[in-house]
Design a binder for this molecule. Structure first.
Ligand SMILES: Cc1ncc(COP(=O)(O)O)c(C=O)c1O
Length: 379
């Protein structure tokens, strides 16, 4: 018998209050009860995104919210500068190409953050850029990009809209949409929110809404103008994922009760302890500028990362993630985004040490745990 633990960078474990909210009989989305829920969730999402803009809820995964951002806030043939550096950064460019945009891919080595100077040079070479896209916390590599600095570069060196994938950054890193002048900020329910997949979130600045009026992309389900009108009235344009919205109300309240500072600090400490623990076991951390949502580390050459992931699940009931694309065989990723505590980090590090020992790695017993413990105690 094994208890099951999710420690991948999404989907993440669902707190009890949210599970119970979803277990109750369904309510109708055109009734007053749902309107009340919508009003509360809308207000709390604005609080979390730190914006006066409407944070629209779409019944889709996060990628649907990406697509909505592209098809509403740009036009066919527009130049899209897509900052790479991982699987999700590249996805913005893929969507742009699918919708006939002129995509300029900014190549960034996996594991590194893009430098503001690189973005400045690309914008100077492409003065007609209409949109710059970035994945704030690149889940495939565990890198955090310097969002605030990059936003300034976009403002100073172009007229472009700045669209940020905050799917594993909102609720983890500081991401004040209005203060940093982000034009578009996207997130998804199965990450820091700790609720099931099914909701994509997208908020847009006034500048972006002006562009939406002129956009010539075909739009129907993801026509955000209609969605904005309906959601301002505590409704949705189409049938929403009602149960997931009910769960969202619970977890947003939990976040508000914890407080923004404490929420971000908890993620920071858990991430620091995970990094310290993995490094102390002799694993090489991938990210030069690490995100607080997920820690990615290379396993030593003689080991296979998929085997480590398999043993973690089969022998300890813990789901962590492997590497993606060319890092499939060599990388493991531990997710600590969402409602995790120090005890969860201790547990995953303890199990990882056992697996690495079994696979023949010569590591000092308790080294990873001791390093993590020091981080927690220093606090
Ligand atoms: C940073 C980031 N962006 C985008 C996505 C894609 O989201 P979804 O799978 O919900 O479409 C993910 C999912 O892992 C992600 O981590």
């Amino acid at each position: 018998m094994h208890k099951q633990y999710l420690m991948a960078p999404g989907p993440t474990p669902v707190p009890e209050a949210a599970r119970l909210a979803m277990a109750r009989q369904l309510i109708h989305h055109r009734g007053d009860g749902f309107r009340e829920v919508m009003a509360k969730v809308r207000a709390d999402l604005k609080w979390l995104f730190e914006t006066d803009a409407e944070v629209l809820m779409l019944t889709s995964s996060g990628t649907g919210a990406f697509q909505a951002a592209i098809t509403n806030f740009s036009s066919q043939g527009d130049t899209l500068v897509a900052i790479g550096g991982g699987k999700f950064g590249a996805r913005w460019g893929d969507i742009g190409r699918a919708f006939s945009m002129n995509v300029v891919d900014v190549e960034v080595p996996w594991g590194e953050a893009v430098s503001p100077a690189t973005l400045r040079d690309v914008l100077q070479q492409n003065p007609d850029t209409a949109m710059v896209t970035l994945t704030a916390s690149e889940t495939s590599t565990g890198v955090y990009h310097p969002v605030e600095e990059l936003a300034k570069v976009v403002r100073e060196h172009s007229e472009a809209l700045f669209a940020v994938d905050g799917i594993t950054a909102v609720g983890v890193h500081e991401m004040p949409m209005d203060r940093w002048e982000l034009d578009i900020l996207v997130s998804g329910s199965q990450k820091a929110f700790g609720i099931p997949p099914g909701l994509g979130f997208v908020a847009a600045s006034e500048r972006a809404w002006k562009v939406a009026e002129k956009s010539d992309h075909p739009r129907y389900y993801f026509d955000l103008r209609r969605e904005q009108q309906r959601q301002k009235d505590d409704q949705t344009a189409f049938t929403p994922a009602i149960s997931v919205v009910l769960a969202a109300r619970e977890v947003l309240q939990m976040m508000r009760d914890e407080g923004r500072e404490a929420l971000l600090e908890r993620h920071r400490i858990n991430a620091e302890a995970t990094r310290a623990g993995m490094a102390a076991m002799g694993l090489q951390l991938l990210a030069s500028c690490p995100a607080n949502s997920v820690t990615a580390a290379r396993v030593p050459e003689q080991l296979s990362a998929p085997e480590v992931v398999r043993r973690m699940r089969q022998e300890h009931g813990i789901t962590i993630a492997g590497g993606q694309a060319h890092l499939r065989e060599s990388l493991i990723r531990i997710g600590h985004i969402g409602f995790f505590e120090a005890s969860d980090i201790r547990m995953v590090l303890g199990a990882l040490e056992a697996v690495l020992q079994e696979l023949g790695l010569d590591i000092e017993v308790g080294a990873g745990m001791a390093a993590a413990q020091e981080v927690f105690l220093r606090r």
